[in-house]
Design a protein around this ligand. Sequence first.
Ligand code: G1P
Length: 290
Amino acid sequence: MMSVKKAVFPVAGLGTRFRPVTSVVPKEMLPIVDKPLIDYAIEEAVDAGITDLIFVVSPDKHIIVKYLSDKGNIEAIFEGKENENEASRLNIEFVFQNEPLGLGHAVLCAQEVVGADPFAVLLPDDLVVSEVSCLAQMVDKYGEVGGNFIAVVEVEPQQTHMYGMLKVDEYLNGLLKVTAMVEKPSIEKAPSNFAIVGRYILDAGIFETLRQQGTGSGRELQLTEAMDTLLLQQDFYGLRFSGVRYDCGEKVGLLEANIACFLGRPDLSMRAQKVVERFALSSLENGEDK
Ligand code: G1P
């Protein structure tokens, strides 16, 4: 089985939920403590053994290209870490998605650079705080069974319209075998409460499936739909990873991720904790605990 060395980061999204700030700063550059959101996905990928990082950007996001083209910024992510020396050896490439035609289209844009190898996809909006990198947990299981992998979390029934949702069977070693997928179904149409988190390991066969799906009359190309087609020919597994996932594509999710990361920083945690406690206390006093 081939190892996973390449990762695609779709970062061409419009960031409408964070307007007006995203009219000057791409959402992937919004701060989590003192680092842009994108740094966390890069760190997670490299911790999983990824050496080739492919960013799918839109033409107006030159700030991301500028930031990631500066080796010093990449090296700073790994400063003081065990894999510090690997940072200077990473291959970083940019691919342009000229039209906002959806996540599937963004992935398809990376085909030429990815080639025939299995590859990871990381959506930087999803920040996972975990002891072992979430993608590393997936790569580890992928090494055992192959196929395609998706990170999953269980969500509340009323949240199914926000995620790709999975139909699953239990499989060996805590893995889930995916039998169908549907993008953002209503509560009635959701096949389970297992939702797709933005971490995937995919076979290069997904490119042909996406191509066949086509964008028709300018409609978005859905990655979930292509995966649902590919699972008729290939195995897909869902991994309930250990760690906590924060939805930084949404305002309060970004706040939560910031609180978690502040509290996880030895140099800041004491002061951050006092702030959090002070707010918790004042909302209790004001009877806002409901
Ligand atoms: C995308 C995917 C969806 C997945 C989600 C995870 O949606 O299309 O299947 O569940 O990411 O964050 P988006 O959040 O970009 O709308």
